[in-house]
Design a protein around this ligand. Sequence first.
Ligand SMILES: Cc1cc2nc3c(=O)[nH]c(=O)nc-3n(C[C@H](O)[C@H](O)[C@H](O)COP(=O)(O)OP(=O)(O)OC[C@H]3O[C@@H](n4cnc5c(N)ncnc54)[C@H](O)[C@@H]3O)c2cc1C
Length: 329
Amino acid sequence: MPTILTHVPVSGGTPNRTALEALTRARQIATENGWTCAASVVAPEASGVAESLGAYGAETVYAVSDAAFEQPLNAPVVDALEQVIREAEPEIVVFPSTEGVKDVIGALAQRLGAPALPDVSAFSATASGVSATRPVMAAKFRADVEAEAPEGAPVLVSVRAGSYTAEEASGAGAPEVIDIALATDASSLKQTLREVVSAAGGGVDLSDATVVVAAGRGVRDEAGRDLVQQLADVTGAAIGASRAVVEMGLFPPEAQIGQTGKVVAPDLYFAVGISGAIQHVAGMTGSRTIVAINKDADAPIFDVATYGIVGDLHAVLPPLIEALRDAKA
Ligand SMILES: Cc1cc2nc3c(=O)[nH]c(=O)nc-3n(C[C@H](O)[C@H](O)[C@H](O)COP(=O)(O)OP(=O)(O)OC[C@H]3O[C@@H](n4cnc5c(N)ncnc54)[C@H](O)[C@@H]3O)c2cc1C
């Protein structure tokens, strides 16, 4: 039976949220076409997560467990995914469009001789190929793209965060877990990890966060940044930033959201002192609820906001944080 395979990256033992959204869509496509819905997990300990994917409709899960995945290196991941794909022989491989996937999908396409449709916001598939929609030019336009798999190779598709809703499958059973031993010879690795530089410091992962507090130039200084941190703490949010405050050095580059930063799609997005330039909005319009705080009532961010608060963030945030603390208590 034809197979649609979804790759589910794991961080801290938890499956990536965007991957569960993609797996839900893959399950719908499998049901429409009478295909098998499969998944892959590549992690130091893949089996536990592999079992849990049955709830999302994965009938078969290919699990590659190896200590090599403890280090953030691409080469063993590409090797593992190539092994899984050659074993599963899927028609389509679906990925979440994460930073890690962006690093490996091109290499996989080249090794497998497979066409790739990266960073799509919607896709459908039949036996004759994959049709997808890709936001382009800072999401100002949408391009309709299609790919047909050559003989013996799948179509690779990566899906932007927030494009679909992750939903458990009704009546799903335990999946068949197929363990695959990583065949990479560690001595053949051409990459050497010298140092891991991370400013995230144990905070919530931005791309996978369900709540994001994003700071713009209105935040301006330490006092503003402290308010952003407090709002993030009380809401359990990851902190993002506009390019303006990244360039000011107030927030690290990995916090940047937008056309040249990360694409996020949390359930709740606070835009604090952000004007709403198209290049910023391109990275956050998939957010389900957007709360904008800006002292300029004409700021374009209010055009995409679900709720808008017009006012100085130094006056608006302290009572909001207090009220949220009280509500939590
Ligand atoms: C090729 C290219 C790529 C780009 N990529 C990105 C990208 O990936 N991400 C990105 O963010 N930008 C990107 N930019 C930059 C983008 O065009 C904007 O310059 C940037 O997003 C503006 O950031 P900002 O909203 O923080 O600042 P501003 O546009 O200066 O807005 C600051 C806002 O804060 C409000 N404000 C000021 N003080 C307060 C206060 N005390 N309380 C409440 N509100 C206040 C102001 O009313 C204003 O609306 C890119 C630009 C280019 C040309």
